[in-house]
Structure formats: structure tokens, C-alpha cells
Design a protein around this ligand. Structure first.
Ligand code: SAM
Length: 241
């Protein structure tokens, strides 16, 4: 019987390990998915890989699983961060979900001069990343950071990380991500609906680690731009090649 359900748990996984289920997980497994004692599922926790597990207790408010053997080791994504300015709720959710599916190691919402929203629900966005990992077969869950000011993030920038700066002012300029071999730590930066301010653009263009890139001859919505930029990066430098 092939295992169809994958569940993320915030608990160590190992042979013989018992894993308690919280109310939401119990509701999902036993209420929604109609699983019973003895049912098998795949567990992952973002650290220990993917494990075959079996339901040993099933209740309305909780339950327990027994972990058997590892089916797959942890597969880390490339060391790629996605920096993006939050937009409307559903589109921000989409960006986080796609970033997790496409192999971002970390998701960093940044507040820019023209960012529409000043607040995010980090816990909700993290839950979207978990759900995306459950569905796409990933064994790793990217951390979703709290909203940070772009200025601050750039001031604390790690020396060894390159930045693919997607600048809408370069629309149609044909500036591709050139030959940049020898770096394995990267980030992508996508602006908000209003784009980047001139002050931000000036600062970003002057940074030695920033690579200014155009995403073709049309201005893309921020959510489209995030997916397009990650596709380009993964194809050139990531784990798709
Ligand atoms: N309001 C801006 C304008 O009209 O120029 C457009 C901002 S766009 C909706 C949101 C973000 O997507 C931009 O800040 C940029 O990071 C990225 N983006 C969209 N189209 C792009 C392109 N053709 N080249 C580079 N970046 C692009």
C-alpha cells in the first residue's frame, strides 16, 4: 500500500519514536482524512528526513503515531533566500507557498519605501510554508522571518551572499543573471506593487554584492516576478540544472 498522507510534525523522528498529535493534526488525520489506528503515513520535521509512521492512538482532540523507518534523508534546498515586499494577503500567501515549493531556504518579508502593508502574520505565513512542503514532497521547511526593514537587512548583509536584484526600471533592458560562478549563497529581491524608490534603487545599484536583473520586456506583478526570478535562478545556479 503506498503512503498518500504526508504530515509535518514539530517533533524529533527516529526508529520507535512516538509522536503525539495536537488537536489540529488529529482533526485533519481522523476527521478530514478518515484515518484509523494502523493507518500509515509519512512524517517529516524539516531536520530528520521522511519517516514511515503508523497511527497508534486516534482521538478527537489528539492522538499518537509510532515512527518506523526512514524512507528518505533530509534534502536541503540551495542556500537561496527570497526577499520580497508583502503585497495583498492572498498574493503574499501565494509568494510564500511558491517559494517553499520552488526551493527557497529562507523567506524574508521586507518593508521597502513603497511597501503596501506594514504588518504580516508571520505564524500564518509559516503555516503556508509547512503546507506547501507537505504537498510538494519536500523534507525541508523554509523559515519565514518577521517583517524587517530593507535598509536594516542591507546594512547587516552577510559579505559572502550575492543578491539578484530584480529592478523594474530595467524592464526590456535584457539584463540577465550573467556568469556568476563561485558563489553558493544567494538571495533574490522583489519589490512591492509600487516598485522601488529612487533612493533604494541608487543604494542597491551601488552594492558590490548586488546583480541587477531584468525579467523581460514587460512589468510583472510582484507575485509573478517572484516565481519568474526563482525559476531563472534555480535553472542557472540552483538544484534544477
Ligand atoms: N510599479 C512598478 C512600475 O510600474 O514600474 C512595478 C513594480 S512590479 C509590479 C513589482 C516588482 O516585481 C518590482 O519591484 C520588481 O522587483 C519585479 N519586477 C516586475 N517586472 C520586472 C521586470 N520586467 N524586470 C525586473 N523586475 C521586475
Amino acid at each position: 500500500m503506498s503512503i498518500k498522507i504526508r504530515l509535518y510534525v514539530d517533533h524529533p523522528l527516529g526508529p520507535g519514536q512516538s509522536v503525539p498529535l495536537d488537536r489540529d493534526q488529529a482533526h485533519y488525520l481522523f476527521g478530514v482524512m478518515r484515518q484509523k489506528i494502523g493507518a500509515e503515513l509519512a512524517l517529516f520535521n524539516g531536520v530528520d528526513g521522511e519517516w514511515r509512521a503508523e497511527v497508534t492512538q486516534a482521538g478527537k482532540r489528539g492522538g499518537e503515531l509510532a515512527c518506523h523507518e526512514q524512507m528518505r534523508p533530509l534534502q536541503m534546498p540551495p542556500d537561496l533566500w527570497l526577499l520580497f515586499a508583502p503585497i495583498k494577503k492572498a498574493r503574499t500567501d501565494f509568494i510564500v507557498e511558491k517559494a517553499a515549493e520552488m526551493g527557497a531556504a529562507r523567506i524574508v518579508p521586507v518593508q521597502t519605501d513603497f511597501t503596501n502593508s506594514e504588518r504580516i502574520r508571520q505564524d500564518r505565513l509559516q503555516a503556508h510554508a509547512v503546507e506547501a512542503a507537505e504537498q510538494c514532497g519536500g523534507t525541508y521547511v523554509p523559515e519565514v522571518c518577521d517583517l524587517q526593514k530593507l535598509d536594516r537587512v542591507l546594512a547587516d548583509w552577510p559579505e559572502d551572499r550575492q543578491l539578484m536584484f530584480c529592478d523594474e526600471a530595467e524592464v526590456g533592458a535584457g539584463k540577465a543573471l550573467g556568469a556568476v560562478a563561485g558563489h553558493d549563497k544567494w538571495a533574490i529581491l522583489i519589490g512591492p506593487e509600487g516598485g522601488f524608490s529612487e533612493a533604494e534603487r541608487k543604494r542597491l545599484h551601488a552594492l558590490p554584492f548586488a546583480h541587477v536583473v531584468s525579467l523581460g520586456p514587460r512589468i510583472l506583478r510582484a507575485d509573478t516576478a517572484a516565481v519568474a526570478a526563482m525559476t531563472i535562478w534555480q535553472q542557472h545556479l540552483g538544484d534544477w540544472a
